[in-house]
Design a protein around this ligand. Structure first.
Ligand code: SAM
Ligand code: SF4
Length: 353
């Protein structure tokens, strides 16, 4: 982890942000954005090994004592909601369902006031048994990652034979009223790109809302390359071969997905084109890793160790100020398309995707 950064935030490879921060309790930055959407990684561990995310052998997981305890995590979330204006909390990872006591955590997060909207991004393993309890604990919405409905391709991508578990998890999420159930899919050239239309058909038939995500340079193996990335333009071309797509009339706001209405209203589909159509200018996100580092962007090279502040005995307002200063230093964009781009040290699974 990088050093604790309590002073003026450092810009990657650049000068410090010298502009004084106005006295504003919210998570503002120098570009006029306000972060209200918090992505929290509950664990860096995972029970799948998606090839675009981590190597077959997994990763050196964080030692238990480095992971925020429930008490520390809830304290940070309370600070975010009560002092920093966070209105939306998304639980992610690694695989968030591997966090012990998840249902209790969800209940305690939804008991915060003002009550945040709470959602989760999961690979769906184990969801079949737990969707009801998660909904009862107050979980509002869910995204389930599913890149293929072909068992062989699923095995190839995730290196595990678990497709039926994920499909059962999706059914259970819908039955539990976690509405709308969203599906996240990453297309990989030569592996599942030919399945774009069949995935959409599957989601339309089941009432799930499908969103394709362009593959990003965030894999632990640093294997991403631009040539192999299936672009938003290509994804739309593959879908248009079978479906009529018209731009969604719904205001996009800070949402990462560009949305299209399918076949005049049969359903919708989204594309998150982080690489080819960056949406950084409208970003409303702040991120907390499982070991308590706050980051202003998935691609940041700077992060602030809030866990150290908690364990060092600082009070809530001091912790809130460290969080505010981290966000004040948020860069204009992620720089993936710049010549000098350097992939962040932490992979997606350790930041929280
Ligand atoms: N394990 C959970 C899951 O897979 O849904 C949550 C964490 S995962 C890192 C969150 C999302 O990031 C998933 O939808 C996954 O497909 C996506 N993802 C992982 N690595 C990615 C990459 N290199 N580029 C784009 N999306 C990625
Ligand atoms: Fe695990 Fe999610 Fe990464 Fe797949 S994308 S390996 S399910 S953290």
């Amino acid at each position: 982890m990088s050093a604790v950064n309590l002073g003026l935030p450092r810009l990657r490879g650049g000068p410090t942000v010298s502009e004084p921060r106005p006295d504003n309790p919210a998570l503002i930055d120098t570009f006029g954005r306000v972060a209200t959407d918090l992505r929290v990684s509950l664990t860096d561990r995972c029970n799948l090994r998606c090839s675009y995310c981590m190597p077959a052998e997994g990763l050196p997981w964080l030692p238990g004592e480095e992971v925020l305890t429930d008490e520390e995590l809830l304290r940070l979330l309370r600070i975010a909601v009560e002092r920093l204006g966070v209105t939306d909390i998304r639980l992610t990872g690694g695989e968030p369902m591997l966090r012990p006591g998840l249902e209790d955590l969800v209940a305690q997060i939804t008991a915060l006031r003002p009550r945040p909207r709470v959602s989760m991004t999961t690979n769906g393993i184990g969801l079949a048994k737990r969707a009801g309890a998660l909904a009862a604990a107050g979980l509002d919405r869910i995204n389930v990652s599913l890149d293929t409905i072909d068992p062989q391709t699923f095995r190839e991508i995730t290196r595990r034979d678990r497709l039926s578990h994920v499909l059962a998890g999706l059914e259970a999420a819908r039955a539990a009223g976690l509405d709308p159930v969203k599906v996240n899919a990453v297309l990989l050239r030569g592996i599942n790109e030919g399945e774009a239309a069949s995935l959409l058909r599957f989601c339309l038939d089941h009432g799930y809302h499908l969103r394709f995500i362009e593959q990003m340079p965030l894999d632990a193996q640093h294997g991403w390359n631009r040539r192999d990335m299936v672009t938003a333009e290509e994804i739309l071309g593959l879908l248009r071969a079978e479906f009529e797509l018209t731009p969604s009339p719904v205001e996009r706001g800070g949402a990462p997905a560009e949305r299209w209405v399918v076949d005049g209203g049969r359903g919708d589909v989204g594309v998150i084109a982080s690489v080819t159509r960056p949406f950084c200018a409208a970003c409303e996100r702040t991120r907390l890793t499982a070991d308590g580092a706050v980051r202003s962007c998935l691609f940041s090279n700077d992060e602030t160790d809030l866990r150290g502040l908690l364990r060092g005995g600082l009070d809530d307002e001091a912790v809130a100020n460290a969080w505010r200063m981290t966000m004040w230093g948020k860069l204009a964009g992620h720089e993936i398309n710049d010549a000098g781009f350097a992939q962040p040290l932490r992979p997606m699974s350790a930041i929280g995707g």
